[in-house]
Design a protein around this ligand. Structure first.
Ligand SMILES: *Cc1c(COP(=O)(O)O)cnc(C)c1O
Length: 240
């Protein structure tokens, strides 16, 4: 086994142990939580090694890098999750390889994704609405994501769009506002928003929350998918 494979194997083992412990603490079954490994900035060789170690769900946040990795691993039948901020001019490309898009945060993207799926003649794309908890009650600017007040409208639009399946909600623990430094509180709020959404859209069961630093808090608050990068692959070099 190569040195890198050994590193990835121990990274995965540590993360798996954390997930098992968090599920136990929350009284949840391990199978209720899917580990999505975020391979951004790491080479496709790492994706292949991780696939060999049993990982099936991979996430990327930049279209160009994601497209290259998905194409290079087309023989492996992996699930690709797009988790980065999405520009409308990238939608056609993303619809070419992604199985899930976690970062839909505006109506324009819904129409664009729907047309792209139709043009690609591919199976339905699973879409999650990204919630920016820092924008609650008109507060905060922040990065991607729709304010909690806007979730319902956007989710209905996704559910009505041909070629798209409303899969659930995603969030990143806020760095500003009332939830800053309080990931457990943020993830509990996401779960409440998800519960309200499931009252009208029962199939929208995915709750994508939790990264390397806060996967325990996310699992404790009901996350179904954790997106973990550095705890598996190592700390990423700062982007130029
Ligand atoms: C990079 C990234 C992750 C993984 O972050 P780590 O801290 O490396 O685990 C999760 N979600 C999104 C949206 C990301 O961009």
């Amino acid at each position: 086994m190569s040195e890198r494979e050994q590193e990835l194997r121990s990274g995965l083992a540590r993360v798996e142990e954390r997930i098992v412990r968090a599920c136990g603490a929350a009284g949840r079954a391990r199978e209720d939580v899917t580990l999505v490994v975020v391979t951004k900035t790491y080479p496709v060789e790492d994706v292949r090694l991780l696939a060999g170690l049993g990982i099936r769900h991979f996430a990327e946040n930049r279209d160009q890098e994601a497209a290259q990795k998905a194409a290079a691993c087309a023989d492996l039948s992996l699930n690709w999750h797009f988790v980065g901020q999405l520009q409308t001019n990238k939608v056609r490309s993303v619809a070419g390889y992604a199985d899930y898009v976690h970062s839909v945060d505006r109506l324009r993207l819904v129409g664009a994704l729907s047309s792209a799926v139709a043009a690609a003649g591919r199976p339905p794309l699973r879409v999650l609405v990204q919630v920016a908890l820092e924008k609650e009650s008109g507060q905060g600017a922040g990065r991607g994501g729709v304010a909690p007040e806007g979730v319902e409208e956007l989710a209905h639009a996704v559910a009505d769009a041909p070629g798209l399946e409303l899969a659930g909600l995603m969030t990143v623990a806020p760095l500003s506002g009332a939830y800053a430094g309080r990931p457990a509180y943020a993830f509990e709020r996401l779960w409440e928003i998800s519960r309200d959404l499931r009252a009208t859209h029962p199939a929208a069961t995915m709750v994508s929350a939790g990264m390397s630093a806060d996967l325990e808090e996310a699992i404790g608050a009901g996350a179904t998918h954790v997106r973990v990068g550095s705890a598996v692959l190592g700390v990423r070099p700062a982007l130029g």
